[in-house]
Structures are given as structure tokens and as C-alpha cells.
Design a protein around this ligand. Structure first.
Ligand code: GLA
Length: 387
């Protein structure tokens, strides 16, 4: 792949100079959804599919960006001196945002780049293609300019970029798992302090299958921000009676005792999700440590129900995929993953059942929703790196 892309780069921008290559994975979250901006736990892993960046530094401040996924758009030209967000800039907002963030944080990016990008993550599938582009860009900048920064710094910078440049108030999960991923491991991350542990996933005899609903996210980003502010408002109310700094500090019992203080019944449900999902995530990691994949799967299923009924971020497409998955032979657990409102589901199932699963769930989805879902049998890979 790398050689092919370098060849393409040379055809596009010419030969010579110091051409370098980088890769950042996509991610899938196994459990712990909409907990990362509430100081709770998450349990994602990096995938072997992701974003490739081929780059060469320039001597001026020009930026030339080209994506093989959007080749019809041609080369987009801009300059380090005019980095600002605009919807019409499409995918190029992501690398630009990261360069802007480095400036903001006092890291001098004073020479431009020629960049060729290729993503093997299906666009809009909910596997974090945008965070993958961000982290790949940050790893590239660190390498070319020799910046002294950790992979955690990189994750935080990319989150900052997504929040402040792209206007999506996401938590740290995507950027962190993409920066820190480890082959055949999931990451148990406490988002209140960024402490983390790798948890080996012994998948012998099982596979992780992603089903993409192919539903366009549409209002997804604004709904996402809305959920986040619902949680923030509820936290402020709870803080009038409890000494907590995030919803992640609440036990289910403490929530039950104090929930009356939340002035809106809808927001009571939002908080119930944030609290119970955090508990489920901790429980799920314990189950995995004991080798109890069955319990892990049941917790995944409960996670989906909570996201559907309390957090209300699923919708008919994701519900259809998950309910169809639950009914299939060999399925350990299935749930929506990522932000929701479209995007995809994650299922763990017996290897021998994968073909029948894809056929049946695909058929049910097509019949009920009216268009096809896509299926990916994925592997867990390492985090972002130079290749
Ligand atoms: C998106 C955000 C993450 C996280 C998930 C929901 O992927 O980028 O920070 O909040 O949604 O768990």
C-alpha cells in the first residue's frame, strides 16, 4: 500500500525530496458510549483499517492537499497563513484544524506541505475517519518538525482541533484510541484523568463484525452537542447537593437518591444512561478479565438498550441492525457504537457464524429499511505511527 501511494504522490506532485509516510487507524468502541465527555470510562480499540498520509515539506507556506477518496475534488490549495474552518473545505478542514491547533498551542508549523491522503475506513461509517485524519496529521507534524510531545498530547491536540476548529464538542475517546491503540488489545480508559490499561482481547473462535447502516448522520453533530449540554446542565443541578466534578463519579445508588434534583425528566434519563453505562463498562472489563465473554456480550446488549431508551441516539436503522443481530446464531453481543444517529453497530460472534450473520442481518435490514447495510469483519491493530 505504502509504495503504491508514494508512487501516486510522485505522479501528483513530482519526484524528489524527503517523502514520508504515516498511518493512523480507525477505531471501534466495544462499550462505554457517551461517557467520555462525562468523566466516565470507555473501552475502544484501534483497527487495522485507517488513514494513510504521504507528505513532503515545502519551503514556502503553501498547503496542497489531495485525497484519493475525493479525487474528483482535485488538489486543494491553501496557506498556513489562512487556516480557518469553512464547510465548503470538506475533509481538508481536519488536517488544517490540526495545523491551526499546533499554532495555537505554541508549536511553530512555519513551512507548508504537499500531502496525499488515502483512507481505507468507509466514509461516514462511524469508525472515526475524521479523528484518524487528525491524528495522522499530528503524527506527521511531530515527525517533520521534531516536536517533543507524547501520544497523549497528540490525542488532546486533535480533540482540541475537533472542538475548536470543527465545532464538534467530542470527548477524548476517538483521538486517544487512535493515538494509543495496541494490536489485539482494547484500551480501558478513565476519561477523568486519562489513566488507561490495555486489556488483551482473546478472540480465538470469535470475530468482531461492524455493520454500517449507511444512514447519513445529518443532524448528528448538533444532536451530539445537544446531548453533551443536557449532561452539563444536569451535572450543574446535581452539584448543588453533591460534591462531584463529573457524572462519572456517580454510582447508580447515588444517582437514584438524588435524581429528583434534575428538573427535567428527559435529562434524568440522559444522566441515568451516563451513570449506568459507566458502571457497565467497568463491569464488562472485569468480565473480560475473568474470561467471561458471555457476560461481556450481555453488557453490550444492555448498553444498546440504554442508548436507545434513555439516551435516544439510535434510531430505526441502528435498532434494526442490532435487533437482527441479537436474533442470529452465535452472537455474543451487539450494540450501536460511536456517536449514534446513523453510523454503525459492533457485534461479537462465533467465527463459524459470520457468513450466515452477514447474509441474514443484511437481508432483514434491506427489507425493513429499504437500502443495504455494509459489513466489515475487522481486526484490532496498533495506534498511529510512521510507516
Ligand atoms: C463520538 C465522539 C466521542 C464519543 C462518542 C460517543 O465518537 O467523537 O468522543 O463521545 O461519539 O461515545
Amino acid at each position: 500500500m505504502k509504495e503504491k501511494l508514494i508512487q501516486k504522490f510522485k505522479e501528483l506532485y513530482g519526484d524528489g525530496g524527503d517523502i514520508r509516510a504515516y498511518f493512523a487507524p480507525g477505531r471501534v468502541n466495544l462499550i462505554g458510549e457517551h461517557t467520555d465527555y462525562n468523566g466516565g470510562h470507555v473501552f475502544p480499540c484501534a483497527l487495522t483499517i485507517g488513514t494513510y498520509v504521504i507528505a513532503r515539506k515545502r519551503e514556502d507556506k503553501k498547503l496542497r492537499l489531495f485525497s484519493l477518496n475525493f479525487s474528483h475534488l482535485g488538489i486543494s490549495e491553501s496557506s498556513l497563513e489562512e487556516l480557518y474552518f469553512h464547510k465548503k473545505f470538506g475533509w481538508t478542514n481536519y488536517p488544517k484544524g490540526v495545523m491551526w491547533t499546533f499554532h495555537q498551542k505554541g508549536y511553530r508549523v512555519d513551512e507548508g506541505f504537499d500531502i496525499l491522503l488515502y483512507g481505507s475506513i468507509p466514509n461516514g461509517s462511524g469508525l472515526s475517519s475524521s479523528a484518524s485524519v487528525e491524528v495522522a496529521t499530528a503524527v506527521m507534524l511531530k515527525d517533520f518538525f521534531g516536536f517533543d510531545m507524547s501520544m497523549t498530547d497528540i490525542a488532546l491536540f486533535c480533540q482540541y482541533s475537533e472542538n475548536k476548529f470543527n465545532g464538534v464538542n467530542c470527548g477524548i475517546m476517538d483521538q486517544f484510541s487512535i493515538a494509543m491503540g495496541k494490536k489485539d488489545n482494547a484500551i480501558f480508559l478513565d476519561t477523568s484523568n486519562l489513566n488507561y490499561q490495555y486489556a488483551p482481547l482473546d478472540m480465538k473462535g470469535y470475530r468482531i463484525v461492524i455493520c454500517s447502516s449507511n444512514k447519513k448522520r445529518g443532524l448528528g453533530d448538533s444532536k451530539y452537542n445537544e446531548r453533551r449540554s443536557e449532561c452539563d446542565r444536569s451535572l450543574a443541578e446535581l452539584q448543588t447537593v453533591l460534591d462531584i466534578s463529573s457524572l462519572g463519579e456517580l454510582t447508580t445508588e447515588a444517582f437514584e437518591e438524588t435524581k429528583e434534583i434534575i428538573s427535567d425528566p428527559v435529562r434524568v434519563r440522559r444522566v441515568r444512561h451516563a451513570v449506568t453505562e459507566n458502571q457497565r463498562t467497568m463491569q464488562a472489563v472485569q468480565a473480560l478479565k475473568k474470561g467471561n465473554l458471555k457476560e461481556f456480550g450481555q453488557l453490550m446488549n444492555q448498553s444498546h438498550i440504554s442508548l436507545r431508551d434513555d439516551y435516544e441516539v439510535t434510531g430505526p436503522e441502528l435498532d434494526t441492525l442490532v435487533e437482527a443481530a441479537w436474533a442470529q446464531k452465535g452472537v455474543i453481543g451487539s450494540r450501536m457504537t460511536g456517536a449514534g444517529f446513523g453510523g454503525c453497530t459492533v457485534s461479537i460472534l462465533e467465527e463459524d457464524c459470520v457468513d450466515a450473520f452477514i447474509r441474514e442481518v443484511g437481508r432483514i435490514y434491506q427489507e425493513k429499511i429499504g437500502y443495504a447495510a455494509d459489513f466489515y469483519v475487522v481486526d484490532i491493530g496498533d495506534g498511529a505511527r510512521k510507516i
